[in-house]
Design a protein around this ligand. Structure first.
Ligand code: AMP
Ligand code: MN
Ligand code: MN
Ligand code: MN
Length: 289
């Protein structure tokens, strides 16, 4: 028998054209609505430029929504993502922090392209930039799409198996924001900080313990339990961790593009009833319609 789950179809993690998604914020709001989402957040990587359009579209559709962002952080030589929900998009320190975090992307992308060229794949900076539009937002996802449509790999999964990850061509070490800065930018902008898809990081148990201990010490309050990036076993594991550490639980598909993302908006398993959902703490941060 299935364990009881929270009834609200909340989806609090996805990406638009303002980062590495392929849809506009308004098209994502429509897709969320069509898929039965009842509380929605757009969480672009290091960027809040899509928030106004997202909230306006959600209001037109009668879709309750909350602002969001997904900040890239370096922790124990790994990229960790911290989602912020309910942040004030006009907060100056948050905006400055995100701008600084985005600033290194173009240089990193040129180094990635140089490394791919050494492996015999030329022209990838220009190819990735065609997908990204803006060099400030260029990401591994845009390189991956270019490697697929230029015929180097058959799909995104094949790209991330052979390229762009540590030890493979096209991987470049990068220094993102610090964990403490990211959590502070979010909380001081009125938001709730959430550890995104913890099942994706390849940490030792000690490193993972340190991540959560430091995250909480800086004021972080929640963890994604049900996400498109987790297996069923990951969800069980992080549900237990949420209870053990007293963290709120979040749920989001991490949808990027039709035909590319494993899970569509609003089409995730429910959050177990044993957990305190992050939306119980969002309060006035939710734009209700
Ligand atoms: P970046 O911020 O440039 O390091 O790019 C990270 C993005 O690459 C993530 O947000 C995902 O969208 C994508 N990505 C990373 N690893 C994978 C993977 N194994 N499969 C598919 N997409 C991935
Ligand atoms: Mn992404
Ligand atoms: Mn992420
Ligand atoms: Mn994401």
């Amino acid at each position: 028998m299935q364990a009881p789950t929270h009834p609200l179809n909340a989806d609090l993690h996805c990406h638009s054209l303002f980062s590495d998604g392929t849809l506009t914020p308004a098209a994502l709001a429509q897709r969320a609505k069509d898929n039965g989402v009842e509380l929605w957040a757009l969480t672009d990587h290091d960027e809040i430029g899509g928030q106004r359009e997202a909230l306006a579209a959600a209001a037109r559709l009668g879709l309750p929504a909350v602002t969001g962002v997904e900040i890239s952080v370096s922790f124990a030589a790994t990229s960790v993502h911290i989602v912020g929900l309910g942040v004030d998009p006009d907060d100056a320190a948050l905006r400055d922090g995100l701008r600084a975090t985005r600033a290194g992307r173009e240089r990193r992308a040129r180094a990635m392209a140089d490394d791919l060229a050494r492996a015999g794949i030329g022209g990838s900076f220009e190819g990735a930039l065609r997908h990204a539009g803006n060099p400030e937002l260029i990401s591994r996802t845009h390189f991956a799409r270019h490697l697929v449509d230029s015929g180097v790999c058959r799909d995104m999964r094949a790209v991330f198996a052979a390229y762009l990850v540590r030890g493979k061509p096209g991987y470049v070490e990068h220094c993102w924001a610090s964990l403490g800065d990211a959590v502070r930018w979010i909380t001081q902008a009125g938001g709730i900080a959430v550890v995104a898809h913890p099942g994706r990081y390849r940490f030792t148990p000690n490193e993972e313990f340190a991540l959560f201990a430091e995250f909480k010490a800086h004021g972080g309050r929640a963890v994604e339990v049900v996400t498109g990036s987790h297996s069923g076993a990951d969800a069980v594991r992080y549900a237990a961790l949420a209870i053990e550490l007293g963290l709120l639980a979040s749920r989001g598909a991490d949808f990027h593009a039709p035909g590319e993302s494993r899970v569509d908006l609003g089409r995730l398993p429910g959050l177990p009833r044993t957990l305190e959902p992050v939306w119980a703490a969002l309060g006035d941060r939710v734009q209700r319609t």
